[in-house]
Design a protein around this ligand. Structure first.
Ligand code: CP
Length: 363
């Protein structure tokens, strides 16, 4: 439970009249619990979406709703994480994820330090382990890490006390992207369960696809994927993913037309040229002809279906400029929702110590 002072503080974040994100909300079964204690109740870190229950995901999305209200204010500044220091360490380039984490932390009142790998001691050969220990010695309150190697954030999390957030590790996972996509779908479609979501393109190398598929399935969506056979994970053949696997319930379409048929939302994936050896695609123009999302293909989905892309886009390859900037596109909304969702994640992870300290202070 939050203390009354903590509750007052967090209510001031989202506005006293706000029905959710931090005010106490009824849990299943009628018990009253605080969002700060349920958003990531079992987690010290956010390393992947695999470890989140549907209730934890729902709680984070509820919290992000309140954060979005904060983002819409003229003065976007709250004291919720005042005194906390958040460090972002990006070993790979990023625009959306790094800047939105920085904005999210600053709006919540935290100090945010961005470590540029090219100007840090990493460029002198410092290991990931020693970089982690160095940051740990500086008593940072959260570490946001992007790394080209799968598992790097998990390795760091084993060696530091601060919460670690995976901001994308190789072709493995991108949990906050999956959460912001779920948030966007829930907002626009009124729910996620039962909605048909088509994911098209480079599934093999996409951490967005992997985390997104697991998150969508966990929330009850119908998920269908399609892409060139050379860009699908080994053994993923047209049909259904095997029962008992992480991907149970996933449909693997034979053609992009089959995938898009009746979809409530279509997600185009970026061709991850930086992770591919040569030989996966004969030619980008052919890829675009066979798999690119354009007006004709989008018309196969439900009328008004949402068009999503995690960014950055290769316009003219996996998505045409016309639809990327057209009426069905929610790509810019995904970016804005990313700030709100990352505020919710930072709040859930970084305010926990404060709640515990406040509880210990009570007589
Ligand atoms: N979607 C995404 O991760 O974008 P960035 O690489 O710009 O962070």
């Amino acid at each position: 439970m939050t203390s009354s002072s903590t509750r007052r503080e967090v209510q001031s974040v989202a506005g006293a009249g706000s029905s959710l994100p931090y005010a106490e909300a009824p849990a299943k079964g009628g018990a009253v619990v605080s969002h700060a204690s349920t958003g990531l109740a079992r987690q010290r870190h956010l390393l992947d979406i695999d470890s989140l229950s549907p209730e934890e995901i729902t709680s984070l999305l509820d919290s992000a709703e309140g954060m979005l209200e904060v983002l819409g204010r003229d003065v976007k500044k709250t004291p919720a994480l005042r005194g906390k220091t958040i460090v972002t360490v990006f070993y790979e380039n990023s625009t959306r994820t790094r800047i939105s984490f920085e904005e999210a932390g600053k709006i919540l009142g935290a100090d945010v330090i961005n470590v540029s790998v090219s100007s840090s001691s990493v460029s002198k050969g410092e290991s990931l382990y020693n970089t982690a220990l160095t940051l740990q010695a500086m008593h940072v309150d959260a570490l946001i890490i992007r790394h080209p190697h799968a598992g790097a954030p998990h390795f760091v999390a084993r060696h530091v006390k601060a919460p670690v957030v995976n901001a994308g590790d190789g072709m493995h996972a991108h949990p906050t992207q999956a959460l912001l996509d779920l948030f966007t779908l829930r907002q626009r479609l009124g729910g996620i369960a039962g909605k048909r979501v088509a994911i098209v393109g480079d599934v093999l190398y996409s951490r967005v696809a992997r985390s997104g598929i697991i998150g969508l399935l966990r929330m009850g969506a119908q998920v269908v994927v399609c892409g060139p056979p050379t860009l699908m994970p080994y053994g993923w053949l047209p049909g259904s993913a095997p029962a008992g696997s992480w991907y149970e319930g996933l449909e693997i379409a034979e053609s992009v037309e089959q995938a898009l048929d009746g979809a409530d939302a279509v997600m185009a994936l970026r061709i991850q040229q930086e992770r591919q050896d040569a030989g996966h695609l004969p030619d980008l123009r052919e890829y675009s002809n066979r798999y690119g999302i354009n007006r004709k293909r989008l018309s196969l989905a439900k009328e008004g279906a949402l068009l999503m892309h995690p960014g950055p886009m290769n316009e003219g390859v996996e998505i045409s400029s016309e639809v990327a900037h057209g009426a069905q596109s929610v790509i810019e909304e995904q970016v804005r929702n990313g700030v709100a969702l990352r505020m919710a994640v930072l709040y859930a992870l970084c305010s926990r110590g404060r709640d515990q300290a406040a509880a210990q202070e009570r007589p």
